[in-house]
Design a protein around this ligand. Structure first.
Ligand code: UCC
Length: 547
């Protein structure tokens, strides 16, 4: 009988093992800050490869369940979660994942450092990163639009103390409107001087949160409402009353999803849920966009983190698994596949962290910043590139997860190899927080409203001028050619009218994604002494065969 048993893939310290992240931090973060954070990232890199991953595995193997009635028939609607899920809440607070973005201890570098931690955390978090995304988004929303009555809430959302830390939900989607929130049917009525919500929310992620931001349509005393998205206002909801019972909410059921099984996603009925109005009446969509712009960035960071996880597992496995007399990484087809995945991963990584840098610079604005952009320009670039980043990183991750699963052969299709869960989970990235088509149209909206294409061209050109190393010249020239070709193409499509523009929006988004990734990567290679020159061999995101 054969004594052969294949060794499975293994994980090392997730910071130490990540040359790209390490060299990025080395290049971007000033020495005084670096001294403080490197130790923290190394420690966390160890923690996520071991104990934190074990919490996630526990939460995934014991999914949440809804208990609607107690033994005596009383409606209780309690969501029971695994201890792994509650432990992940503690870890999130202890590691200051949301706090880092608001404490701004590291000035304009705060978002980069926060996103580096989120990137380490996500693949070992069983999607606890999802409540964190909404929590960060809610904190941003309160920072921009919340009055003094929400100050305490803000402190909870940005706390590093597990006992004080709150997470938030984001209640938009209804049966009548997913992407098109203008069809929202939930009504807000003022009863005895207090707002109360009535309606059904069809997808509410992380129902174990303490609060949520919800869209609802205000109905006046005569029963009148304003139709469309201009009739929508934003409300702050605490999920439980002081006595611990639900705030006039029924949990109708938990969703039986393809993946993200540890994450409790519920269907809710609001039956007079007490709420507070946030910001201005009729500006709900605009205000909640400040939240979903943050969650879209989280989606991007967590997508690339998930992409990296399957890539490192595939690389590790292909260095161990032998077939046809050599380890499979030595077969040219496998090595070219891994090389191609690595190139796309690098592109996604640099694009994501470029946007993190822009976001950090916008929030902690200094007139003299190393991006040579004023605050309005930083804002416009963020507005235009956030949807592109989200759709681009999500799609690359979904596609590469499917492709890399094949490296494991049949084992990649077997549950306890730990690979199928990645396949199921990663599919969500291109759906929530705006599908690829919705975000492509959002890009068009941003381009039209802000006339921001010329601004992006000038930013990318300025960055390319700084690239002057000999071995980068060919790729720099390719970027310049693509920039000109895209400008001409966009102009032609604009002249053809709205229908042509809409029909091209997806291609436009992916071409912009390739271009910005390419430039962000070149920018990094130019300034990064630590990044191996071999890295530039990977570079070239234009017209490359991907699969
Ligand atoms: O909730 C969900 C799941 C939660 C899970 C969270 C996971 C997070 C990641 C985790 C990682 C691990 S999923 C919900 C998904 N739903 C969406 O994302 C909605 C998708 N639909 C859209 O994005 C649409 O484009 C809408 C809803 C924004 C379009 O609605 P309207 O009614 O057509 O909106 P308008 O008229 O275009 O925009 C209304 C206002 C305008 O401002 P004003 O009034 O000043 O002209 C827009 O400029 O909102 C402004 N606005 C924005 N501003 C609209 N979109 C944006 C934006 N992205 N940024 C800034």
């Amino acid at each position: 009988m054969s004594e052969f048993f294949q060794n499975g893939p293994s994980l090392k310290n997730q910071f130490e093992d990540d040359q790209l992240l390490k060299s990025y931090i080395e290049e971007k973060i000033p020495a005084d800050i670096k001294k403080e954070i490197i130790y923290d990232l190394q420690r966390f890199g160890e923690r996520v490869a071991g104990p934190v991953l074990a919490m996630a595995r526990s939460a995934e193997s014991n999914p949440p369940r809804l208990v609607q009635f107690d033994a005596w028939g009383k409606r209780i609607d309690t969501v029971v979660v695994d201890s792994g899920w509650t432990d992940l809440h503690k870890v999130s607070a202890e590691e200051n994942i949301v706090k880092l973005g608001y404490e701004r201890k590291y000035k304009q570098y705060s978002r980069m450092i926060q996103f580096a931690k989120l990137y380490l955390f996500h693949p070992s978090s069983a999607f606890y990163s999802c409540p964190l995304a909404m929590t960060d988004g809610a904190a941003k929303l309160i920072e921009l639009y919340g009055g003094p009555e929400l100050k305490k809430t803000f402190d909870h959302l940005t706390s590093g103390d597990p006992k004080e830390f709150w997470t938030s939900g984001q209640w938009m989607t209804e049966r009548s409107g997913g992407s098109d929130v203008s069809n929202t049917e939930t009504i807000a009525k003022k009863i005895n001087g207090e707002w109360q919500l009535f309606g059904t929310k069809w997808f509410t992620s992380a129902i174990t949160s303490e609060m949520a931001m919800a869209l609802a349509r205000i109905e006046d005393d005569q029963g009148n409402t304003v139709k469309g998205s201009r009739g929508l206002s934003l409300f702050y909801v605490e999920i439980k009353k002081a006595d611990g019972s639900l705030n006039n909410i029924e949990v109708l059921r938990l969703k039986d999803k393809l993946g993200t099984k540890a994450l409790p996603t519920a269907e809710l009925r609001l039956i007079g849920t007490k709420a507070k109005l946030v910001g201005n009446i009729g500006e709900g969509v605009k205000q909640i966009s400040s939240m979903f712009n943050v969650t879209r960035l989280y989606n991007s960071v967590t997508s690339i983190a998930a992409f990296r996880r399957i890539l490192v597992l595939a690389k590790d496995y292909s260095s161990k698994r032998r077939a046809f007399e050599k380890v499979i990484e030595d077969h040219p087809l496998t090595s070219s596949l891994l090389h191609s995945a690595d190139a796309d991963f690098h592109g996604c990584f640099h694009f994501t962290f470029l946007i993190a840098e822009i976001f950090g610079n916008e929030e902690v604005y200094a007139e003299k910043n190393n991006m040579d952009l004023n605050r309005e320009e930083l804002n416009k670039i963020l507005r235009m590139l956030t949807p592109v980043l989200k759709l681009y990183t999500a799609k690359r991750t979904v596609q590469w997860t499917s492709e890399l699963l094949e490296v494991f052969g049949g084992a990649g299709y077997i549950e306890d190899s730990g690979i199928p869960v990645l396949y199921r989970d990663n599919q969500v990235f291109s759906i929530w927080e705006g599908t690829t088509n919705v975000l492509s149209l959002d890009l068009l909206r941003a381009l039209k409203k802000d006339q921001s294409w010329p601004l992006l061209v000038s930013f990318l050109q300025k960055e390319l001028i700084k690239v002057n190393l000999d071995h980068l010249k060919v790729e720099k020239d390719k970027a310049l050619v693509e920039l000109n070709s895209m400008s001409a193409w966009i102009m032609t499509v604009y002249q053809q009218g709205d229908s042509a523009l809409e029909g091209s929006a997806r291609d436009m988004a992916f071409r912009i994604g390739d271009l910005v990734s390419h430039v962000a990567w070149l920018r990094s290679l130019q300034s990064n002494k630590a990044e191996d020159k071999q890295e530039s061999m990977l570079l070239s995101l234009f017209g490359r065969r991907r699969f």
